[in-house]
Write a new protein. Structure first.
Length: 165
C-alpha cells in the first residue's frame, strides 16, 4: 500500500465532546461552603477580642488581642483561674476577668463590700488581676454562667507577646 513502511498518515485524536457547565461552577460551590464554615466557626466557636483597660495587668495589657474559645464551656465548666470574656451584669460591655470563685465556693476578697459571699448554682465570682484598678464581682456581684462568653485560649497581638492560656 505505502511505498515506505515508515511513512504512515497521522492519526487524528478521537473527538472529545465538551461538557457544558450548568449553574454554579465547582469552585463557586467550594467558596460558598468555605464562607458558611467560617461564618459558623466565628459565630459559635471562636471570637476575636481586644483587651481594654488595665484591670488584667500584668497578665494582659491594654490593646492586646486574644482569641476566645466559645465552645470551652459547652462541654466543660468554668474553673478557678480561667481567664474569660464575659458580659457585665451592668451592661452589654464585654469584660476580660479571671474566675476566682465557682458554684459552692465562699469568696472573701479584700475590697469587697458584699463579701464573704457563697456562690449558688450557676454563679461565678470574677476579678481582674490588677485588683485596685478593676471593675469586677466585688462591685457588681456574682456573674451568671450565661454571661460568660468563653475562655481565652491565645494572646496573638502584639506578636512579641504571643501566649497560650
Amino acid at each position: 500500500m505505502y511505498q515506505n513502511d515508515y511513512y504512515q498518515p497521522a492519526l487524528q485524536p478521537p473527538e472529545v465532546k465538551k461538557r457544558r457547565r450548568i449553574g454554579i461552577p465547582f469552585g463557586g460551590i467550594r467558596s460558598i461552603l468555605l464562607a458558611i464554615a467560617l461564618f459558623l466557626i466565628v459565630q459559635f466557636a471562636i471570637q476575636n477580642t481586644r483587651v481594654y483597660g488595665l484591670s488584667m495587668q500584668p497578665t494582659l495589657q491594654d490593646g492586646q488581642l486574644v482569641i476566645v474559645n466559645k465552645l470551652a464551656y459547652k462541654i466543660g465548666s468554668p474553673a478557678v483561674d480561667d481567664v474569660v470574656v464575659l458580659i457585665s451584669p451592668q451592661g452589654e460591655v464585654p469584660l476580660v476577668k479571671r474566675i476566682v470563685g465557682v458554684p459552692g465556693d465562699t469568696v472573701n476578697l479584700a475590697g469587697c463590700n458584699m463579701c464573704p459571699v457563697t456562690l449558688g448554682p450557676g454563679q461565678f465570682f470574677v476579678a481582674g488581676d490588677n485588683r485596685p484598678n478593676s471593675l469586677d464581682s466585688r462591685v457588681f456581684g456574682a456573674v451568671p454562667e450565661e454571661n460568660i462568653i468563653g475562655k481565652i485560649q491565645l494572646r496573638y497581638w502584639p506578636f512579641d507577646s504571643v501566649a497560650l492560656f
